[in-house]
Write a protein that binds this ligand. Sequence first.
Ligand SMILES: [Zn+2]
Ligand SMILES: [Zn+2]
Length: 410
Amino acid sequence: MNQIREIHALQQLVDRCDAAFWGDVEPQVLAGTRFALKNICTERKINRNVSNRNPVMSETLELPRSKSPNLPTTMKAAVAHAFGQPLKIEQVAVPQPAAGEVLIRVEACGVCHTDLHAVNGDWPVKPELPFIPGHEGVGIVEAVGSETSLVKVGDRVGVPWLYKACGSCEYCITGWETLCPSQQNAGYSVNGSYADFVVAPEAYVAKIPDGLDPVHAGPILCAGVTTYKGIKETEAKPGEWIVISGIGGLGHLAVQYAKAMGLHVAAVDVADEKLELARSLGAEVTVNANSENPIDQVQQQTGGAHGALVTAVSVPAFHQALGMLRRGGTCALVGLPPGEFPTPIFDVVLKRITVRGSIVGTRKDMQEALQFAAEGKVKTTVEVQPLSAINEIFTRLENGEINGRVVIQP
Ligand SMILES: [Zn+2]
Ligand SMILES: [Zn+2]
């Protein structure tokens, strides 16, 4: 209510300035109004871009950028200088937020397998060196650039993989910004959050809901939203069966999202302790694909799943998932092992099977995924480490020695 009153008061002040511009107000009233407007904006950390509204005011009323006092000029960051080489922890300049951007003091950043691919230059389109990886960064907004209005100093936000999209292509305007061909990606095509500070466009940062701590919010920004969106993409509905194939960093979140969304869950993995974890998170059926035939087991125990989400980085899991579906079922793929898998044409055609890839999620998917976490329905198993340990973390990640998610803190 207070905020609405403030906005109303501000609007009245702006209107008085406008009236002054058209000659209806005495000069001293105008001067007083300018002064009051400036004070309110400064006090409330509101960064008004008044220049578009009134050309006179833009000359005479220079509103300060909102920012916390005493921001340093240099910061610690983990920087990739050469592909396949360890990251260097070094001092670099604190980035400045451009128009529409905000500066965030990083509190935590999840470590994703994609960061390792980025640093190793594994993918056809490589990041430009040097760069700072990290796309699960969460922190507090410390300064805002000009032309910002959605995010203010003191807000807690996340900087996800979908750092920015064009906003006007056929994908962006139809709710598929994740497919925007002009998108930029945090920690890949632009610097990410393996640092004390990161800048990001205010329109694409994720607002972290109250009650969700930064360490647990981080992994939701990539692992969480990826699995949540992937489950939606299977089109399985409450009361129906979904198979979660692979109960690792993504899969343990997928089981929780699926349960929170009212689905019955069958979990498939090759490690008994992972299946144990899936059971503790609510999976009703668990199948060890090493010791049992996962297709027969899932078909027998569920009658065939309505949806399957493949998070495993193992090619056979993709082929198996198709066999676990019932007629009309949909298989969504989020795991990214290199290679191809056989697709039985006869089954796909006669059973009307759908196979689709799924990559991260839109800003709306992100809001929903974070909200489930804020309500305690989804929780990542996390291990907190200092930023300085990043190279050892990468080695463990490469060797498959990490359970859940490692989250680094600067
Ligand atoms: Zn990721
Ligand atoms: Zn676009």
